[in-house]
Design a protein around this ligand. Structure first.
Ligand SMILES: [Ca+2]
Ligand SMILES: [Ca+2]
Length: 255
């Protein structure tokens, strides 16, 4: 009687060797890495574009509000649920460190508390910020204030600088850009997002001048709109005096 003996394994039937497996894993890792990087970069581009669109729409909404109400709205506070503070305008309670008053203007997308949020998410840090000039005794946020003061006497004074380096901040109402770094010295309002790094941003030389939770907040009339980079990713738009006057004249609110 003979015992059944299994045939010796051939080279065709044996499995992968450890070295072969390692090579396969290495190639898969390379492929995955190559695919994932562009994906996150694509998401960043989409969020940046979405934020630009939201900021531009917010600026349009401001112009519409000014034409209908003869004044601009005050910024919302962190507790006013997206409603301007104070309601009804006049001297604003948070002219330089408030939020876009989306509830007052009926704008979307808002978070559950009524604040407009940028394209980077729906966390508290992703809320869209809004600042307004207090020039001419708050004429811009007081009903009929602009008409009463008159176009030639109105001097909105928000400053947009290319850098925070050398910025002079004697008082909140007199802060100004360093020499040759001004993008605008007579902006009426600034609308901005803290960008992708919102949760951890604000300590750099430039971002620290745009109030946000992490900065040693410098709430004054000067803001920084620097080149996008590793230390600056805030996105800003501002409302110029010329555009505002143009729309108000067309609507019969001025002169
Ligand atoms: Ca930022
Ligand atoms: Ca500032």
């Amino acid at each position: 009687m003979k015992l059944a003996v299994s045939p010796a394994p051939t080279s065709v039937e044996r499995g992968f060797t450890l070295i072969e497996l390692a090579i396969v894993m290495f190639i898969v890792t390379l492929l995955l890495g190559g695919m994932l990087l562009p994906l996150s970069a694509q998401q960043d581009v989409r969020a940046y574009g979405e934020t630009q669109k939201i900021l531009a729409e917010a600026r349009d909404a401001l112009l519409g509000y000014a034409m209908a109400n003869d004044r601009l709205p005050c910024p919302a506070s962190s507790t006013s649920n997206g409603v301007e503070d104070p309601p009804g305008g006049g001297p604003c309670n948070h002219p330089y460190d408030g939020f876009f008053p989306a509830a007052t203007l009926g704008l979307a997308p808002v978070d559950t508390q009524g604040y407009l949020v940028d394209g980077w998410g729906a966390e508290t840090v992703n809320r869209v910020r809004y600042s307004i000039t207090v020039a001419n005794t708050s004429a811009f946020t007081t009903a009929s204030g602009m008409k009463t003061t008159g176009m030639t006497a109105l001097t909105p004074d928000l400053q947009i600088c290319t850098t925070g380096t050398g910025m002079a901040t004697p008082t909140p109402d007199t802060a100004s850009c360093a020499a040759n770094t001004s993008l605008a010295t007579d902006a009426v309002a600034v609308i901005y997002s803290l960008g992708k790094n919102a949760a951890s941003s604000g300590s750099g030389t430039d971002e620290t001048h745009n109030p946000n939770p992490q900065a040693t907040t410098i709430a004054d009339r000067a803001f920084v709109g620097a080149q996008q980079g590793s230390s600056f990713d805030d996105q800003l738009v501002w409302l110029s005096k010329s555009i505002l006057f143009n729309r108000l004249v067309a609507a019969g609110r001025l002169p």
